[in-house]
Design a protein around this ligand. Structure first.
Ligand SMILES: C[S@@+](CC[C@H](N)C(=O)[O-])C[C@H]1O[C@@H](n2cnc3c(N)ncnc32)[C@H](O)[C@@H]1O
Length: 970
């Protein structure tokens, strides 16, 4: 893997996991990538979802990060990107990704944000690292990791060439230079976004396998993490440095006598300039001043040299010999190519740093949540830089206090004016630049906004003082200046104002928030501030194009009051908590609600989403989706059912109970965290709309008094109820209405049966009178005031189930057979209506309709076994033997048994065929004892089908993601 690939990976990841995590169209962090690199498009939403799941995951940090990486690898564009990668390269990519993900974990203490400090030179908003909690000296910012990759000689040369030729390409690299080897190393990972400050608050050091950072002096929330690149990094004596310290002290790029002329063209050769970076003497000797002076820069192209970040001595530098995960990336795993303190102004990495205790300051004072910062103040002693830093800090404090605020004017603006319109009226704007002009004219001018940050007014003691030496101007400066009758001067850069808050000073922060001082521009107009962090809203530009923040002053007051800065927007989108909080306050329920990877049920929110769970989750999602589809397709049917009587099913009962339970209302805008919505049992008021219930509402229950009063027969079936007896004066109409659907169906069935019977009798050659006589017997005309035809009783065979027992084929006693058959009209003791009105028994529901839904055209399929014999008893009473013979002969009218049967009888036999729709379900199996239960899918078969469905959906998911291909190996 070459330098470009490595850098490309890192850029891609920072692009994905830093810039892309924007909100809507707002480019939260604008770090322009090399446009020549074509990278697959990843949807920010997908990334955001992964990060959000990471944020809420309850498991150990490493597990959460691994899950996030796994999920990242499931994204199609990422798979596409990695398609030609070897497993090693994939692993390296995963390692890089994990470093970026780690930043978002609630236990983290930093965030990557944008800075426009250098924008007036570069035309771009660069990135920086900000503290999200107060950091105590000695703390190790464990998540701020970096690694180094070796460069081949050719790559090194190429880097130098591109450094000279193409600033865009060069910009994509951050390198650490080995002084002795005169060789660059690629610096990768989030650590590369640490900017330089001459009074740095952190130092680079090695901890185990990684380069990381240790806090040198107290850092407040929102303050930028800075390191020291070297004394000669930005030219001799860093005279082109644009850090805040230089700004405050009026030196470096802010020196009154500073001219653009002596700005080196961004250190054409990284190493030549970097050679001077260790110590001033070395720097002077290694970088001839003349050389630097000779490099005249186009102002717009001028860049401070990027990336030459540290210099490694020969003794220390074994990086080329060391191995790393992928053979080319060296994550400094025990690497010794970290510069020594004396050469690199870096701490001597000691192994005991890895087991440093938690920073008390960090752990006890941060509203952002639990910290995993390591800290040890005692470990500060060996840090050469720290001593100087701290000493310089105290001197700095003396010089950078309030009265100095007047010297805290941007010299850069003067330089800009010199470069662009020296003679223009804007010259005076170096101190009082009218706001309007700042947002017009040159592409740089709109970047101008007063930079004022908030500092707690009290309660910080020393910390307050020391934090004043941090890299950005603070609001207290502004306030003090205001007290002195001066408003802080305009700074034609977008300085990212910081807010210093902590748990300790949270109250005071609230106080500040309670009575906010509205920062004003030189023209007296209020500058737009972030509704959350109260910092002045930045103006973000990419390639000299303002992409965010313009015209906010002109917004309505209401809108302005709600406007957040991009950083706070992103923070809220990720954590669902106002910046800088990453976890809910103790005692407060989190309003966080992760969005699942796909649509899932609320219950699934409650579960921890791990990479192991994902396939299961997917399967469930698929199952839910398919059942939803099914349900939606069944809607018309359900509506149809409205007309039918519906049994009070368990489900509907549950539904009725659920009706009485309403979700606890949440405050507006809040979302319940996870899991099922909590329900409370409260009486449903009229105002609460009752959930739509299928049919029960206006339907009389089948047995309002329940089944208790209803007797049972020996066989377990229900006795006829009194209420159901029409003889007792009950209006059958009302009964029929009450059970309209069911009774209707029964009537229809019986009617069909009668018609068929009639046809049968006609075909048998009976006269109309005979038929009439026969059918009359079947009529339930006694005591029926409406003369309605009530269902005929099925008499023979009593139930279709008897076929299963084999009784039919065992040829019973003809006498008893005939007696049973004839008994119908005569022995109808229990009233034929009972079956229709009584409760459904399982038997009932299982019984196929006797004679119904027979479609004549279906007859041509040939006869099949009779399921139900004609319910109409014979009009005459033949001898039991002949009757039985006739019956048996008709029953045996299968093609096998009786080929002599007449076609008409065969048609009758077809009556017993299952309805067509049933056939469709069963395939064209006749509904007979042999085929039905052989071919009909058993419940277990259905289960199998379902399982197959599920597994196929899982397969689909697997196929979709090609899971096995690009899994990182940890
Ligand atoms: C290692 S990178 C730091 C991250 C960088 N801001 C980015 O967005 O990639 C070093 C680059 O940051 C900028 N930079 C950092 N500190 C600076 C300083 N004190 N003065 C001028 N430029 C600085 C320069 O452009 C430099 O090349």
């Amino acid at each position: 893997m070459n330098m470009r690939d490595l850098s490309k990976d890192d850029d891609f990841l920072s692009h994905l996991l830093v810039e892309k995590l924007g909100t809507g169209s707002v480019p939260l962090l604008v770090h322009k990538m090399d446009s020549s690199r074509r990278l697959p498009k990843v949807y920010p939403h997908d990334l955001m979802e992964i990060v959000r799941r990471l944020v809420v995951s309850k498991g150990p940090l490493q597990h959460a990060i691994r899950t996030a990486v796994d999920e990242l690898f499931l994204l199609a564009p990422i798979r596409y990107y990695l398609q030609n990668y070897t497993q090693k390269q994939i692993n390296a990519f995963a390692t890089h990704a994990s470093r970026y993900f780690e930043l978002y974990h609630p236990s983290g203490s930093i965030e990557i944000s944008h800075t426009s400090r250098y924008s007036h030179h570069t035309g771009k908003s660069e990135l920086c690292i900000l503290a999200t909690r107060n950091l105590a000296p000695g703390s190790v910012i464990t998540e701020l990791k970096g690694s180094m990759a070796n460069l081949t000689d050719e790559e090194d040369r190429e880097l130098k060439r591109t450094d000279l030729r193409n600033s865009d390409i060069r910009r994509d690299f951050s390198v650490i230079h080995s002084k002795s080897m005169k060789k660059n190393h690629l610096f990768l990972g989030p650590a590369r976004f640490v900017n330089h400050d001459c009074d740095n608050n952190c130092e680079l050091f090695r901890e185990g396998r990684y380069i990381t950072f240790r806090v040198l002096r107290p850092i407040s929330i929102g303050e930028e993490i800075t390191a020291h690149y070297g004394d000669g990094y930005f030219g001799r004596k860093n005279r082109h440095c644009l850090c805040e310290t230089c700004e405050k002290k009026g030196r470096g790029g802010y020196a009154p006598d500073h001219t653009d002329d002596d700005i080196p063209s961004d250190s054409g050769s990284s190493d030549s300039d970097s050679d001077d970076s260790d110590s001033e003497s070395e720097a002077v000797s290694s970088v001839p001043e003349d050389d630097a002076l000779k490099r005249q820069a186009n102002l717009n192209e001028r860049r401070t040299r990027r990336g030459v970040y540290a210099v490694v001595t020969k003794e220390e530098d074994h990086s080329d010999e060391s191995d790393d995960e992928d053979g080319s990336v060296m994550p400094l795993a025990g690497a010794s190519d970290i510069p020594s303190p004396n050469e690199m102004e870096m701490a001597d990495a000691t192994s005991n740093l890895t087991s440093l205790p938690l920073s008390p300051a960090a752990s006890n004072c941060d509203p952002a949540g639990p910290s995993r910062l390591s800290s040890s103040v005692s470990e500060l002693t060996p840090i050469s830089r720290s001593t100087s830093s701290l000493s310089s800090l105290s001197s700095l404090e003396g010089t950078s206090s309030a009265p100095k605020s007047s010297s805290y004017q941007s010299i850069i603006s003067t330089r800009r004016q010199k470069a662009e319109a020296e003679a223009a009226a804007l010259v005076s704007a170096s101190t009082t630049l009218p706001e309007d002009s700042l947002f017009s004219a040159s592409p740089f001018q709109p970047l101008t906004r007063t930079s004022i940050s908030v500092t707690p007014s009290k309660g910080k003691g020393k910390q307050k003082v020391s934090s004043r030496a941090s890299s950005t101007p603070r609001r207290s400066d502004h306030l003090q200046a205001a007290e002195n009758g001066k408003v802080k001067d305009e700074d034609p850069r977008i300085l990212r104002p910081r807010q210093s808050t902590s748990a300790v000073v949270f109250e005071s922060t609230k106080e500040i928030f309670a009575k906010p001082e509205i920062p004003r521009g030189p023209d007296g107009r209020a500058l737009p501030i972030c509704a959350t962090c109260r910092n002045i809203l930045p103006v973000i530009s990419v390639d000299h194009q303002i992409v965010w923040g313009l015209g906010l002053e002109k917004e309505s007051r209401k809108k302005k009051a709600k406007q957040e800065c991009p950083r706070c927007m992103r923070h809220c989108a990720i954590y669902r908590e106002p910046w800088p909080r990453r976890v809910p306050l103790p005692g407060c329920a989190s309003t966080f609600n992760t969005t699942p990877r796909e649509e899932t049920t609320p219950a699934e929110f409650a579960r921890k989403v791990t990479h192991k769970v994902l396939p299961v989750l997917d399967r469930k999602i698929a199952a839910v989706a398919s059942s939803k589809r099914k349900r939606s397709s069944e809607v018309p049917e359900a509506e149809e059912e409205h007309e039918r009587p519906v049994k009070k099913s368990k489900e509907s009962v549950e539904h009725a109970v659920a009706k009485k339970r309403v979700p606890i209302p949440l405050p507006e805008g809040q979302k319940r965290k996870r899991g099922r919505p909590r329900l409370m049992s409260v009486p449903v008021t009229d105002s609460v709309p009752a959930p739509t219930v299928k049919v029960e509402d206006n339907e009389e229950p089948l047995h309002p008094s329940g089944f208790k009063a209803q007797g049972r027969r020996m066989n377990g079936r229900f006795e006829r109820t009194m209420s159901s007896s029409p003889q007792k004066g009950h209006d059958p109409d009302s009964l029929l209405d009450a059970h309209a659907g069911r009774a209707q169906r029964a009537l229809e069935r019986e009617k069909t049966k009668q018609i068929m019977e009639r046809e049968l009798l006609v075909k048998r050659g009976l006269s109309e009178i005979e038929i009439e006589q026969i059918t009359k017997r079947g009529k339930w005309d006694d005591g029926n005031p409406h003369g309605k035809e009530l269902p005929l009783k099925r008499v023979f065979p009593k139930r279709s189930t008897c076929f299963r027992s084999g009784n039919l084929f065992s040829r019973p006693n003809p006498m008893s057979f005939a007696a049973r058959a004839w008994a119908n009209p005569l022995v109808s003791d229990d009233g034929s209506s009972e079956d229709e009105k009584g409760p459904d028994t399982p038997e009932d529901s299982q019984s196929p309709p006797a004679i119904m839904e027979v479609e004549l055209e279906d007859w041509d399929r040939g006869p099949s076994l009779i399921v139900t014999a004609p319910a109409v008893p014979p009009a005459y009473k033949p001898s039991p033997f002949s009757f039985a013979r006739r019956r048996w002969s008709s029953l045996s009218a299968s093609p096998v048994e009786d080929s002599r049967k007449s076609a008409s009888e065969a048609k009758t036999h077809m009556d017993a065929r299952p309805p067509l729709n049933m056939e469709r379900i069963l395939g064209n199996n006749s509904y007979n004892t042999t085929s039905t239960f052989k071919d009909r899918p058993s419940p277990s078969t259905y289960e199998r089908w379902n399982l197959q469905d599920v597994s196929s959906s899982e397969e689909e998911v697997r196929a979709h993601y090609q899971l096995q291909d690009t899994r990182p190996i940890y």
